[in-house]
Design a protein around this ligand. Structure first.
Ligand code: TYD
Length: 209
């Protein structure tokens, strides 16, 4: 799989950090309308796997394997073709989520996730990853306010999300050039402004003037 010139931007964070609602605002900044997609999901197969992953109890390693199965299909059929055609891609979660949730949260060995990542997308990584960082108690309060049925992940307890958050931050620390850590406790307008500034610094030719 070849790297491509169009930016591949990913949005990460614990459940309730508020990333999904900021992706549309980021997309509006681009000259070429980006492809907006999500994981698990983004393909017909991926969306079926998402239903299973979010609602069917399973072992942690099974969960990791299905996440990467969905990811490979998504990459080959959606993400890489869009990038090759010169279209930016904004993706709600990618492999960093597997390290955070299946290693941090579920406590699978990091080496297992590294092996799956190497198998699924050797030599390919996001151009830039926005990590929406939020205290798990604040994220839980947001999930409560949103109401609705909770999926398998959203039903996890504070200690699970504390491990997920720590794993995200550790990865962001190791790959500091790829990550932008955003304080997600701020207002949406403040977060949008920081994302706009970062995109202007990193991808000026791709943005509207
Ligand atoms: P998300 O789309 O953020 O959920 P929602 O639509 O409810 O905002 O993600 C779905 C869940 O999948 C989320 O709890 C995190 C989890 N997940 C993993 O555990 N590993 C992964 O690799 C990915 C992509 C997601």
């Amino acid at each position: 799989m070849n790297a491509s010139t169009a930016p591949f931007l990913t949005f990460e964070g614990i459940d309730g950090a508020g990333k999904s609602s900021r992706i549309a605002a980021a997309a509006a900044l681009f000259r070429t309308p980006p492809l907006i997609t999500r994981e698990p999901g983004g393909t017909p197969l991926g969306e079926r796997l998402r239903e299973v992953l979010l609602h069917q109890p399973m072992r942690p390693m099974t969960e990791a394997l299905l996440m990467f199965a969905a990811r490979r299909e998504h990459l080959e059929t959606v993400i890489l073709p869009a990038l090759a055609a010169g279209r930016p891609v904004l993706c709600d979660r990618f492999s960093d989520a597997s390290f955070a949730y299946q290693h941090g949260g579920r406590e699978l060995p990091a080496a297992a996730l590294e092996a799956l990542e190497a198998l699924t997308h050797p030599d390919f990584a996001p151009s830039l990853t926005f990590l929406f960082d939020l205290d798990p108690a604040a994220a839980a309060a947001r999930l409560n306010n949103m109401g609705g049925e909770r999926d398998r992940f959203e039903r996890e307890q504070a200690d699970f999300f504390a491990r997920v958050r720590a794993a995200y931050l550790a990865r962001a620390g190791r790959e500091a050039a790829r990550f932008a850590v955003l304080d997600a406790a701020r207002t949406p307008a403040d977060i949008d402004a920081e994302i706009a500034t970062l995109l202007q610094q990193r991808f000026p030719t791709w943005l509207k003037t």
